[in-house]
Ligand binder design. Structure first.
Ligand code: IPM
Ligand code: MN
Length: 354
């Protein structure tokens, strides 16, 4: 099969972890006789430096033409500490999501048998956790009206959702629940927020189309608590943009390291695959970042975008093998006997070819 993949390494550790996902994907291509064409494009701070634009049109065109997008991370501290900066790397990510219509961000949380003791949570609480967040990604407070009043002394951001925006993400939630355990949790703050009441009303109205799915409605603060108390009580969760941002970082702790969790963003055009971790600038260029989240994102890409199930399974199998054999980066060791980012990538690509 011919696979045309847009490659967006981005900032910070993005390029290093992306390199490993490329190595692993190329081994998969060799093993299964696929032909991958990688088309590299700039995004984030890297794109601001070159074009003055964190998501240049050239990058957008490459993404539109690709069969899938593999993306690293975005963000650079030199912009974080400058509240007056006119362009920010993160704007590139938001523009990319909006322009590609990536309205659903699929963020699974699961555990690895060999890493159960790496989580700060007790083994018996996390063992067997297998849940998926569907985070709405192109609406809400991230994209609402914002501004300053009162000579700059008052600021506001607004959270707006239309019924249509809620329906399309909820539909993905119901469909996914049907393929899994038929349990769906709608996360909101309907006791306070009008936008949440519309979420609840919209999802409730859809229940009749999915009589087999049992839906629970829970407030975001309660979910934040139960997620670490008893994560196994959840299966598929749908939530608006900001709640999803926060809860999925929290959920990543369950697996033991943020460096492990992959994600997919899907919607109207080309789908995008990316690790849920950020650009981790403190580690950039040190060859220490964990590449597994990006490699597992590539597995999601083979699985979902190309329907190459066996290829995806093999990536997951060698990742599990590397964990069992402790071929891991320093976030998963006590600092001793750790492997570098590129060593882990090379080990996995070799294991695929064996
Ligand atoms: C994420 C990130 C982004 C977000 C940032 C970098 C804008 O935290 O993908 O979760 O808030 O969506
Ligand atoms: Mn986030």
């Amino acid at each position: 099969m011919k696979l045309n993949i847009a490659l967006l390494p981005g900032d910070g550790i993005g390029p290093e972890v992306i390199d490993q996902a490329v190595k692993v994907s190329n081994s998969i291509a060799t093993k299964f006789n696929h032909e991958i064409t990688w088309v590299k494009a700039l995004v984030g701070a890297a794109a601001i430096d070159k074009f003055g634009d964190p998501y240049p049109n050239e990058t957008h065109e490459i993404c539109l033409k690709a069969d899938a997008i593999l993306f690293g991370a975005i963000g650079d501290p030199k912009y974080d500490n400058d509240p007056s900066a006119k362009v920010r790397p993160e704007q590139g990510l938001l523009k990319m999501r909006k322009d590609l219509g990536l309205f659903a961000n699929v963020r699974p949380t699961f555990t690895f048998p060999s890493l159960l003791d790496k989580s700060p949570l007790k083994k018996e609480i996390i063992e067997g956790t297998d849940l998926v967040f569907l985070r709405e990604l192109t609406g809400g407070i991230y994209f609402g009206k914002r501004g300053r009043l009162d000579n700059g002394n008052t600021a506001y951001d607004t959270c707006t959702y239309s019924r249509g925006e809620i329906q399309r993400i909820a539909k993905k939630g119901f469909d996914l629940a049907m393929k899994r355990s038929k349990r769906l949790c709608c996360v909101d703050k309907a006791n306070v927020l009008e936008s949440s009441r519309l979420w609840r009303e919209t999802v409730q109205a859809m229940e009749k189309d999915y009589p087999e799915v049992s839906v629970s409605y829970e407030f975001v603060d309660a979910v934040a608590m139960r997620l670490v108390q008893w994560p196994k009580s959840y299966d598929v969760l749908i939530t608006e943009n900001l709640f999803g941002d926060i809860l999925t970082d929290e959920a990543s702790v369950i697996s033991g390291s943020m460096g492990l969790m992959p994600s997919a963003s899907v919607g109207l055009k080309t789908s995008l695959y990316e690790p849920i971790h950020g650009s981790y600038p403190q580690a950039a260029g040190k060859n220490i970042a964990n590449p597994l989240a990006t490699i597992l994102s590539a597995a999601m890409m083979f699985d979902d975008a190309f329907k190459l199930k066996e290829e995806a399974r093999l990536i997951r199998r060698v990742v599990n093998l590397s964990l069992e054999k402790s071929i891991v980066t320093e976030d998963l060791t006590n600092g001793e006997n750790s492997y570098s980012t590129s060593e882990v990538g090379t080990w996995l690509s070799n294991a695929i070819l064996k």
